[in-house]
Design a protein around this ligand. Structure first.
Ligand code: NI
Length: 652
C-alpha cells in the first residue's frame, strides 16, 4: 500500500499505525458515515481523528504489517440534540461502533460559528444594544462566541450554547479588540441557531483610541501607542545550511542526530509527539510514548458581568489543532524548514487541510559544553544544536505556540508561548479597574491566568516505570557535624493520591521516572526526570463555578496508571460540563502507580496580571518544562559531538 497524500509530499511504502489520517481517509470516513445514515443533513462532524492503536500494537508493529486504519468521529445531531461517537474502519469500509453520549456537548464546529455570527447580527435585541452605544454601522462590529461554560442549571448541556461578546472597529481593517462593547453578552443556542438571550448591563463608552499594531498604523495620531516610525537600523541576518538539514523525514517519522520520533496532529490537541527514542551508541532506547497538551483553561479574575464567565477551555471547547495556523518560511521559522500539514475534517467530513501546520527546523543554540584546562592549555568547546518542532494556534484574540525542543544531551524541552492580543474591557474614562490593568484610555485588560496540562505517557527504557518525588534537605544531627551536609531524598509515589503535587523550588523538588528493571553501569536505576519551571496556583476559590471544571489546575503534577480512555485532563467533553470529570474522577479510585505504565500530567500556570506593554499585541511570554536523563546514560551523552567545523583550529 503506498500513499503520498498523508505525508507532506514524502512517499512511504507502508502506513505506520500512528500516521495521521490522510485527506483520502477522511473523505472515505465521510462516505461510510453517510452510507450508514449516521452523517445526515441534520448532523455536523465535530472531529474525525485517527483512532490510535494501543501501545502494544504500535510497539509490536513491523514494517509491512497490515494496519486496520480507524477513524474516531464525534458528531452532533442538531435536530435530535444528541452527541454521537462513531468508530469507522477505513480499511474495512465499515462502521465498527456507534454510540450516543448523553448529556454532553462536543467542541464547536466552524460552520456553527459562521452561522451564529449571522444570527446575532440579525437579532433586534443585539442591534438595539449597539445603537444604544451610538454604533450606527453594524458591519464594523466583530463578534466572538465565547464558550458558555457552566454556572447554573440554565447552562446544562441539553442546549448547545455559546456566549458571544462584541467589539467595534473604527475602520474595517482595525484591531477590533481596542473597542470592546462592555456589558453586552448574547447567548446563542447553536443546535437551534437562535438567540436565547441578550444581556445588557448598561452602556460604558467605547474607548477612544485605535490599538493597531502594523507599520502603517502605529504612527497614526489616533493610535495607542504611537511611534515616530518603524526601526530601520538592523542589518540582515541569514540562517543558511548549505548542506541541507540534518534530519530525515519519512511520512511523519523523523530521525535527527540521535533522536527518532513521530509527529502527530489531532483536531483537539494539535501537535503530538509519539515514540520518542534516543540512539545510545547503536541501541534505540525509548523515553516517551506520547506527549500532548491534555487540556487548558484560562480563568479570568474579574467579577464584572462581562468577564466573570470567561473561563475558556480552549482545547476541549474549541480544539488546538482545529485553530492551528499555516506557518510561513522566514516568518514563523527560519532556516531549512520541513513542514507537516494538519489534515482535519470539516463539518461534512470533507478534508480540511491546514498547510504547513507544523514547522520543524534546527537551531544553533550556543554552547553545549566547554572546558579550558588551566594546566595544559587545552580548550574543548562544542556548539549546541536543537531540533525545534512547533505549531501556533489562534484562539480568538490569543495566540498559543507549542514548541518542542530536542537536544543532543538527551534533554526534551517544552515551551508554550503566549502572544496575540489580551482580552479587553471598557472602563469609563478616568476609571481605574480593580481587577485588571488600564492599557489604553478607557480600555482595560482583566486579570487572568492560563493553565496548560501536558500529558506525558512515559516509556523510560520500556513501559514499566515508577515515579519518585525528589527534594534536597540538610542532614540532621550527628550526620551533619559541620552543618554543611545535605542530601537528596527520593520518595516513591505509590498511589494516585500520593501523586497530586505542587512545585517546591526552594527544596529543589522535581519528579523522576525510573525503570526499576534496568540499571546503568553504576548499578543505578535508569531514569528521566521532569524538571518543573516557575509556576503558579489558580486564584479561583473552591466555590467558584470554574473550580470543579478546572480541578486539574489545582496540582502541578498528577500521576496515573496508563488507561486508554484517559487522555483529556478535564474529561472528554468539558464544554458546559459542571465539573469533576477527568483527573479528579479517575484518580478517585486511588490506583497503584508503582512499577507500571505511568502517565505524568504536568500543569503549567501562566500568571497574567496584564502590563500596559502587553498592548496592543503582547510580546511573547512562555512557560515550560524539561525532561532530562538521570543515570539513563553512561556519563555525558553529548561527549561524542564533533568539534565545531568552521573554526576547528581555534576551538581546541
Ligand atoms: Ni494572558
Amino acid at each position: 500500500m503506498a500513499t503520498t497524500d498523508a505525508v507532506a509530499g514524502t512517499a512511504v511504502d507502508t502506513i505506520h499505525p500512528l500516521e495521521p489520517l490522510s485527506a483520502a481517509e477522511i473523505e472515505a470516513t465521510g462516505a461510510i458515515l453517510r452510507r450508514e445514515g449516521i452523517l445526515t443533513g441534520a448532523t455536523l462532524v465535530v472531529s474525525a481523528t485517527l483512532d490510535e492503536p494501543s501501545k502494544e500494537a504500535v510497539l509490536a508493529w513491523r514494517e509491512g504489517d497490515p494496519v486496520d486504519r480507524r477513524a474516531f468521529v464525534v458528531l452532533r445531531d442538531r435536530a435530535a440534540r444528541t452527541t454521537v461517537e462513531a468508530l469507522v474502519s477505513v480499511s474495512a469500509g465499515a462502521v465498527v461502533s456507534r454510540r450516543e453520549v448523553p448529556g454532553v456537548q462536543p467542541s464547536v464546529v466552524l460552520d456553527e460559528l459562521i452561522e451564529a455570527d449571522g444570527v446575532i447580527r440579525a437579532d433586534e435585541g443585539w442591534q438595539a444594544a449597539m445603537r444604544a452605544r451610538g454604533v450606527e454601522d453594524l458591519d464594523l462590529a466583530i463578534i466572538d462566541p465565547w464558550p458558555a461554560g457552566w454556572y447554573d442549571e440554565a447552562d446544562d448541556p441539553e442546549r448547545r450554547l455559546v456566549r458571544a461578546l462584541t467589539w467595534v472597529r473604527a475602520a474595517p481593517d482595525d484591531n477590533g479588540y481596542a473597542r470592546p462593547v462592555e456589558g453586552l453578552l448574547v447567548l446563542v443556542d447553536l443546535d437551534r441557531m437562535e438567540v436565547v438571550e441578550v444581556e445588557d448591563h448598561g452602556v460604558v463608552p467605547l474607548p477612544p483610541k485605535s490599538g493597531n499594531y502594523w507599520p502603517e498604523a502605529i504612527t497614526s495620531a489616533g493610535n495607542h501607542p504611537r511611534f515616530p516610525g518603524v526601526r530601520d537600523d538592523l542589518r540582515t541576518i541569514e540562517i543558511t545550511q548549505p548542506d541541507g538539514p540534518s534530519f530525515t523525514v519519512r511520512g511523519h517519522e523523523v530521525t535527527w542526530h540521535k533522536w527518532r520520533f513521530r509527529v502527530g496532529f489531532t483536531h483537539r490537541e494539535g501537535l503530538v509527539l509519539h515514540t520518542v527514542a534516543f540512539d545510545d551508541r547503536g541501541t534505540w532506547r525509548p523515553v516517551l510514548h506520547r506527549a500532548s497538551l491534555a487540556e487548558m483553561v484560562v480563568p479570568y479574575g474579574d467579577p464584572n458581568p462581562t468577564h466573570y464567565r470567561k473561563n475558556a477551555f480552549d482545547e476541549g471547547e474549541y480544539g488546538i489543532g482545529f485553530l492551528a495556523n499555516s506557518l510561513e518560511r522566514g516568518c514563523d521559522c527560519l532556516g531549512e524548514i520541513h513542514y507537516f500539514d494538519g489534515v482535519l475534517a470539516d463539518g461534512q467530513c470533507r478534508p480540511r487541510v491546514i498547510p504547513n501546520a507544523v514547522c520543524m527546523h534546527e537551531e544553533d543554540f550556543n554552547v553545549a559544553w566547554k572546558h579550558t584546562d588551566f594546566h595544559t592549555g587545552r580548550v574543548e568547546v562544542r556548539r549546541r544544536r536543537r531540533l525545534v518542532v512547533s505549531s501556533f494556534s489562534t484562539v480568538g484574540n490569543y495566540e498559543y505556540g507549542t514548541f518542542w525542543y530536542l537536544y543532543e544531551d538527551g534533554t526534551i524541552e517544552l515551551e508554550m508561548k503566549s502572544t496575540g492580543i489580551v482580552s479587553t474591557g471598557a472602563v469609563a474614562n478616568g476609571g481605574d479597574p480593580e481587577f485588571g490593568t488600564l492599557i489604553a484610555p478607557g480600555l482595560y485588560a482583566p486579570n487572568h491566568q492560563h493553565f496548560f496540562c501536558y500529558r506525558l505517557d512515559m516509556c523510560v527504557d520500556g513501559p514499566t516505570n515508577t515515579v519518585y518525588e525528589v527534594h534536597s534537605e540538610a542532614a540532621a544531627g550527628d550526620a551533619n557535624p559541620h552543618g554543611n551536609a545535605w542530601r537528596v531524598v527520593e520518595t516513591p509515589l505509590r498511589r494516585e493520591s500520593e501523586a497530586q503535587r505542587t512545585i517546591d523550588p526552594l527544596r529543589g523538588r522535581h519528579w523522576k521516572v525510573v525503570n526499576p528493571r534496568v540499571r546503568n553501569s553504576l548499578g543505578q536505576q535508569v531514569a528521566y526526570r521532569l524538571m518543573p519551571a516557575a509556576n503558579v496556583a489558580p486564584f479561583f476559590t473552591d466555590d467558584a463555578a470554574v473550580a470543579a471544571r478546572a480541578a486539574f489546575a489545582r496540582n502541578h503534577l498528577w500521576v496515573t496508571p496508563f488507561a486508554a480512555g484517559e487522555r483529556f485532563a478535564a474529561g472528554d467533553y468539558p464544554a458546559q460540563h459542571p465539573g469533576g470529570d477527568g483527573l479528579p474522577r479517575w484518580t478517585a479510585a486511588d490506583r497503584s502507580i508503582e512499577g507500571t505504565d505511568v502517565v505524568l500530567w504536568h500543569v503549567l500556570g501562566a500568571h497574567h496580571p496584564v502590563r500596559p506593554e502587553d498592548w496592543p499585541v503582547m510580546p511573547v511570554t512562555s512557560v515550560g518544562f524539561m525532561l532530562q536523563p538521570v543515570g539513563f546514560f553512561e556519563g555525558n551523552p553529548s561527549l561524542d559531538l564533533a568539534r565545531p567545523r568552521a573554526h576547528e583550529a581555534a576551538c581546541h
